[in-house]
Structures are given as structure tokens and as C-alpha cells.
Design a protein around this ligand. Sequence first.
Ligand SMILES: [Fe+2]
Length: 310
Amino acid sequence: MAADAPLEQARQLIERAHAGEFSAPLVKSFFDEATSTASHVVHDPATKKAAVVDSVLDFDQASGRTSCGNADQIVDYVRSESLSVEWLLETHAHADHLSAAPYLKQALGGTIAIGADICSVQRTFAKVFNEDANFACDGSQFDRLFKDGDEFSLGNIPAIALHVPGHTPADMAYVIGDALFVGDTMFMPDYGTARCDFPGGDAGQLYRSIRRLMKLPEATRVFLCHDYKAPPGRTDFAWETTIGAQRSSNVHVHDGICEDEFVAMRTARDATLDMPNLILPSVQVNMRAGRLPEPDSNGIRYLKLPLDAL
Ligand SMILES: [Fe+2]
């Protein structure tokens, strides 16, 4: 048996896709400039079965208002293409935007899925937010918890979940046919990689997760969760690249960069970064699978703002 059986399985899946054994999935991406997030609707053209990867619920922090402009673009697209949503995939518990998965589930159906290690993220943040016993740290807020190597499908297209920790302990990447959704691991080659300084983050682990993904075929299409343009020079947002491009030119982890070099760079860079604007609202909601906290006795829902805790 291969040393890394799930990765070998993913590699074979992508090679079968490249050989034309099943249709290549079609990917339509939606970019939210407010949070720099790319959400993806991926579907099997043969069966019209679809998955939504990393959706965004709009949140105006000043007023505390949530809205569904981004999510409704996805709803409109899914309906106009007559797609049937089977999966609402989260690559991790995002710290920069609220997930719209529950809204999309109500509108379109689908199974909300995330990595099984969300439980450790829930344990960490249940302490930060002093959640009571009603908040379960067992991932039960989600419909499906994926472990490394778990297989699923999108119509006729096989798919596999890979555990790629480092940015957070629970990050997953999803291989669907020849398309790889990497969440917050690597970004566009000219921008580099995701930060590793949130609770439970680990730069060495992120390096190993990325190098693992880089063993997949060079032609694998890679879809990212974020883009920030790359200073200086790039003027357009971008969210699609390939494993080959990452290996040859990712500024943080191209071929030849060793783990120690990466960890030194990542740790120094992370020390300069502010916390994301929406980390406290986002994690509080996303650890509930995107559901807002229960209303208080006056019918209003509240988010907590822990002071001096992060
Ligand atoms: Fe993230």
C-alpha cells in the first residue's frame, strides 16, 4: 500500500478525469470584494448535481446587519442552470467571513460538510466565547464530517476529501474530478500562502499539507478561497491556478523551498498581520455551521465580543 493512500487515491482520481473517464466538472466562481472570498459552484454537466464551496453571508459589522446578496447570486445561478445542490462544502471554519451554508441549504438543499477536526476548533473557541453546555463540541451542527481520504461524489464525478491542516487544525481540500479546492492553504502563486497564527495554526504543518497537495498532477485545476491581488503589479482578482504553476512559482512554497525556510518566513510575516476584521463574528457563527446564535428573550440574536482574549 502507498505510504499516503488517500493522496494516491486523489492522484489516480485526477488522472482518470484527465483520461476522460467522466466529465470535467464545471466551476463558476463568485468573488466577494468585501471579504476577498471566492465561493465556487461546481457541477457535473452530465447530471447537473452541484456543490457549493465556501459561501459568504454578508455582514455589516457597524450595524450588525446580515444580508444575502452574495448568497442570492449563487441561488440565482443554481436555479438558472437547473442544478441540484448536493453538497455545501466548507474548507474550514473561516475567520474572515460568515458562511451562508444554512441559508443555501434552506433555499437549495444540500449536505453541510466540513473536516472532522472542526471539533478541536469548537473546543478552542467554546472557551473563548464561554459557550454553555448547549454548545456541543462534537461537530453535530454539521451534516457530515469528513476525514482524510473520505470519498463522495457529485453525480458521476468521484470526489475525495483531504485533510490539510496548518492554517487551522481542521482545514480540508476537496478533489472533485480534476478540480482541487484548496481553501486557505495556498493562494495565487504571486501571493503565496495562508497565515498560520490563529489558535491551533502551525506553519510546519501547513508546509507539509501544501507539499502534499503539490504531489498531485501538474495539470490539476486549483481553486482558491481568497485573493488579495499581489502587490505590486496585479490589478485583477484571480482564484484559479494549477499545481504546476504553484510548484514552479508560488512565492512561499515553490519547489526548492524547505520547511525551515517556509516556517521562518511564515512566522515573521504572521507577526506583522492584524487579526481579520470579522474574526470574532465569523468564528462564533461558523463553528455553528453558519447558524446564528439563538435569540435572546427579546427575540434579538447577539454575538459576543470577548475582550483581550485573542
Ligand atoms: Fe481562513
